[in-house]
Design a protein around this ligand. Structure first.
Ligand code: GLU
Length: 481
């Protein structure tokens, strides 16, 4: 690639960023990094009515958490700032003036009422909805009169009536639009703020953006953008529209599919690299079959030729599974540090060294860090909340259970050292002596010591609990009878 690659992620802070938005950021970032280019973040905050307080912060925090760093944009600055569109209004009004002067745009004084009547009548007559060009042919005198009466106006683009515009989209190939199907859309609103169409073109041009990689929903805006580029005499960037992301039921991805703010994934205990791996596969593939792909490989292999056209399906179970895989790749020390904040709260403070011994036992089973508290709870709380009914194993009665518990307690008392191999050997003998099936005998110990039916290997977990804590739990179980 000869020209410098400069790509941007241009979020509108009208809500908290979800997987779909961040996938766009990720693809742009990977493309920039792969091609020694620049990745720019630009905040598209021109729709003042729809701004959501805190949205910009959560977008930036989400990117930082994921390790998606930007070369220009909020916090870091750059040569083409401001990177907030609301601070760049003079560029858009200048462009709108140029378009008016060159007869590519005009002032439209139509009132809200007229536009809403127009829309109603178009609906009633089953016509396509759009501006009818009412103010396109006002005479200079009519315009001057409206201006001097203080009538507010918007600036509209003068859509050519015939011909067509086409784009050779990097991902979707050749796409064409007939001009007569497009209306005279608004460039500048009556409050002086630009619409998305004008601002995006002006900024992509001023910021020397080489490739616009964005979600497919923006494809239909592309002919408008290309026409503005042409009218302003700018060279357009290359365009690539990323495939849609759908929920497992093939409907548009929404909150009910688990597509919540990206920071919720952090709070739910997903690892940034797992999420990046998961997100990159929503549209890109390495070789049609690999799913767990190290970040270095993703970074070195990412290319737009392997971004497909078909919609991708967002599957939260797959993300959970992948997160588990990434968790198992962590060292015990790393996992301990990551789990600590999920377990510690105002009421419990955790001994790190102890947790470090628990971690190898649960590492195979944990899928998200948010499970940390529950999956380890019985290691920290001797009150395992086990009922009499849970302790009495299938095929046993209360008196057999009491006898067995007594045998177990006296065997455990004598255990020295209290190490898994020794624990196993002694308890297997006690099992035979108690004349119980291993399923009954060890099921009983498991319930009494952990309060759970499924746990990591019993003898190893008893070793980690230690002799005193194990005895305490067995005694508590016996006291229920
Ligand atoms: N501000 C638009 C958004 O929120 C950006 C569209 C584009 O990338 O052109 O997605």
């Amino acid at each position: 690639m000869s020209e410098q690659v400069r790509v941007r992620y241009a979020p509108s802070p009208t809500g908290h960023p979800h997987i779909g938005n961040i996938r766009t950021a990720l693809f742009n970032w990977l493309f920039a990094r792969r091609n020694n280019g620049k990745f720019i973040v630009r905040v598209e905050d021109t729709d003042q009515e729809r701004l959501v307080p805190g949205a910009v912060d959560s977008i930036l925090e989400g990117l930082q958490w994921l390790g998606i760093d930007w070369d220009e944009g909020p916090q870091v600055g750059g040569d083409f700032g401001s990177y907030y569109q609301s601070e760049r209004l003079e560029h858009y009004s200048a462009a709108a003036e140029t378009l008016i002067d060159t007869d590519h745009a005009y002032r439209c004084y139509c009132t809200r009422e007229r536009l809403s009547e127009l829309r109603d009548s178009q609906k009633a007559n089953k016509q396509s909805i759009g501006y009818d060009g009412h103010c396109r042919s006002l005479s200079d005198t009519e315009r001057n009169d409206l201006d001097s009466s203080g009538q507010s106006y918007v600036v509209r683009f003068k859509m050519p009536h015939d011909g067509m515009t086409s784009v050779n989209d990097i991902i979707r190939g050749e796409v064409e639009w007939q001009h007569h199907l497009l209306d005279d859309f608004v460039l500048l609103k009556s409050d002086g703020f630009p619409t998305y169409h004008l601002a995006v073109v002006v900024d992509d041009n001023l910021m020397h953006i080489s490739h616009v990689l964005r979600a497919e929903e923006w494809l239909s805006s592309t002919p408008r953008h290309l026409l503005i580029y042409q009218a302003l005499g700018f060279t357009p960037p290359k365009f690539g529209h990323l495939p849609m992301i759908l929920g497992p039921d093939k409907s548009k991805l929404s909150k009910r599919h688990g597509a919540t703010s990206i920071l919720e994934y952090r709070d739910d205990g997903y690892l940034p690299d797992a999420l990046k791996n998961f997100m990159v596969l929503l549209g890109w593939s390495l070789d049609d079959h690999s799913d767990v792909i190290p970040l270095e490989t993703i970074q070195s292999e990412f290319s737009l030729d392997r971004v497909g056209k078909p919609a991708s399906i967002f599957d939260i179970d797959r993300l959970q599974w992948m997160n588990g895989v990434y968790i198992r790749e962590l060292s015990d020390d790393q996992l301990t540090d990551l789990m600590l904040p999920f377990i510690t709260d105002n009421t419990v403070s955790i001994d790190r060294e102890y947790l470090l011994r628990v971690v190898p036992l649960i590492k195979e089973r944990i899928k998200t860090l948010a499970e940390s508290k529950d999956i380890t709870s019985y290691f920290f709380d001797t009150d395992v909340g086990c009922s009499k009914a849970q302790i009495i194993q299938k095929g046993m009665d209360a008196s057999q259970t009491i006898t067995a518990l007594k045998n177990i307690i006296s065997a455990v008392h004598k255990l020295d050292p209290f190490a898994s191999g020794n624990i196993e050997e002694v308890l297997r003998t006690t099992c035979v002596e108690s004349d119980l099936k291993p399923r009954e005998f060890f099921g009983l110990i498991r319930s009494a010591v952990t309060g759970r039916d499924a746990t990591p290997p019993l003898f190893e977990l008893m070793e980690v609990l230690g002799k005193d804590s194990t005895l305490l739990r067995l005694e508590k179980a016996l006291s229920l009878f």
